[in-house]
Ligand binder design. Structure first.
Ligand code: SF4
Length: 225
């Protein structure tokens, strides 16, 4: 994106997004730097959306399927979206799914859950999701988990952030926990109440900001032009 004119129309933005997704799919930066044994960026095939979600990193299900949030985390987000009043299938239709890094970091050494991507991986990958954010200019950005939250907030406990929201530029930031089934944070009823509060706000925005109305799809035929 650097040095290029900022795209303005939906057609232009979608064309730039498709180019970005193709370049991302070919990225091997972490493999070349010796940080990953095998790079396999999960770029997805997604268009412009009003609602964007920033997660941590793809897991093994996404690595195998080639689509973001293909495993249990995706199903949890779909349940959250349904709670906020979105129709079935909203995960793939109404949300642009991205993450702090885009290749599966593999399992943690302790064997419980996925390894969080390291600082070097985060630094190498940040330009991808930042470019997506700049192109989409979403009305709402869901920040799922500590790593996503750390991109926008100073270090704070999850319970101090979930259930709050703030505006950054034209975008509302809405903190949520990581949707992974291994997160024990969600076992606490008080924490689940914070998630309910966040999803009630998302439900308000869904209506007020038309988050479940797709944008830019009419331009998809021009995307690769
Ligand atoms: S994690 Fe990001 S920067 Fe690293 S190889 Fe994958 S796409 Fe490239």
């Amino acid at each position: 994106m650097s040095g290029a004119a900022t795209p303005t129309s939906p057609n232009q933005r979608l064309t730039h997004l498709r180019r970005l997704q193709r370049r991302l799919a070919a990225c091997r930066a972490c493999q070349d730097a010796g940080l990953l044994a095998r790079a396999n960026p999960i770029a997805g095939d997604q268009g412009l959306r009003q609602l964007m979600l920033l997660g941590q990193a793809p897991g093994r299900h996404s690595d195998a399927a080639g689509v973001p949030f293909a495993g249990p985390s995706g199903r949890q987000i779909e349940r959250w979206l349904r709670q906020a009043g979105f129709a079935e299938g909203a995960l793939r239709r109404d949300v642009y799914l991205t993450s702090v890094t885009r290749c599966d970091p593999g399992k943690s050494r302790a064997g419980a859950g996925d390894r969080p991507p390291g600082r070097d991986e985060q630094a190498l990958c940040a330009h991808w999701w930042r470019a997506e954010l700049a192109l989409l200019r979403p009305a709402v950005l869901l920040l799922c988990g500590r790593l996503a939250l750390a991109q926008f907030y100073p270090p704070r406990p999850l319970e101090a952030l979930v259930g709050t929201w703030r505006r950054e530029g034209d975008t509302w930031l809405l903190p949520l926990p990581h949707p992974s089934g291994v997160s024990r944070w969600l076992n606490d009823p008080g924490h689940r109440a914070l998630v309910d509060r966040a999803l009630a706000q998302l439900a308000e925005w869904r209506v007020a900001l038309a988050l479940d109305r797709e944008r830019g799809e009419a331009a998809s035929g021009d995307a690769d032009g």
